[in-house]
Design a protein around this ligand. Sequence first.
Ligand SMILES: Cc1ncc(COP(=O)(O)O)c(C=O)c1O
Length: 388
Amino acid sequence: MFKVSPNRTDISDKFIKNDSHMLNQIYGTDDVTPYWIADMDFPIASPINQAMQQLVSRESYSYEFDSKTVFNAISTWNKDRHNLELNPEHFVQVPGVLSAIALLIRDFTKEGDGVLIQTPVYHQFRRLIESAERTAVNNSLNIENDRYVINFEEFETQLKSGDVSMVLLCNPHNPVGRVWTKTELQQLVAIAKKYNTLIISDEVHADIIFEGSTFTSMASLDYDNSLTIIGSPAKNFGLNSISNGYIYSDNQSLRDKIKATSVSMSLDHGNAFTTYATIAAYEHGKEWFDEFLLYTQTTRNWIVAFMASELPQVKTFAPEGTNQIWFDFTGLGLEPAQLKSLLTQQAKLALTPGAWFGESDENYYQMNFASPLEQIQASFELLKLSIK
Ligand SMILES: Cc1ncc(COP(=O)(O)O)c(C=O)c1O
């Protein structure tokens, strides 16, 4: 049985998600239930725990790299889960997904170049682009039948203009929860091919996919001018503090370039914790992960059904994947400050403001629902009471 531990005693106020100072700063109060930053509130899988304990019990932290076992474990996991063939020789290891993106931006674009993002999107993308003195080019997603879709027409115009040197894809998409279909990705690749534009695909959420959707990796699409960040076990195994990033490409010249940069900056290896945690997760974490996924799917279904029956005036974008859900509160007819006060002061919810993702409409909020269902149910009952 998946261990939920609703009354955990091991939650530290040093965890960013629970940090009073941060909560006060963002929400004006720390008397809120945190559903913001992408950490899960569950104890990790016991095989990972055992691996960590074994490591600590050795009482030695000598230099130790074992990329070969790590890459084999990731390849086997992806073959079993997504029927995705990854050559273990075609990975480059970096400290994290965001450092991978930062490195790729520097390696493949120059100052002033445009990097395309599909907004609203994970807020760190823009920060990484702009802090490298590149320009973020917004290819805004469209909403069709309450579902986000890619604006291909605008995408092609932007690539054609010559102002885009790199496309930074979020696949699956945070925060709107889309799992891009093979057809959508093929259409995207066809346009990128036409203008020979490099695609970087951030696939950190690839394993959290709900019934009815199938994940397609950029690495399976036969586009030579692409790089895939296969991600890391960070999101799906609750290892945000100790995880790694893995860049994958079948294109040797792209790989050589990244390897040269990562070696020159000594970023090309993990540490003992990340190594053993990753191996344990991918080699022995399947049972735990399947239970986690089932639990997450149940929670997702509960929220979607509750919102449809109890609060239909709030638009809920049912996620196809990721443990993030995206809401539009426009239907409540409140001013942004009133809405914020209702959510934080009355419903005591710490949701992530949509503005963080580049959403100009202040009625949008994102929620991370990797928390005990009982707690989530209580939060939504309070939300309902606060609205009615
Ligand atoms: C799409 C996406 N990419 C990257 C990250 C962060 O990855 P890391 O902490 O490994 O750098 C997140 C975290 O929420 C994310 O949602």
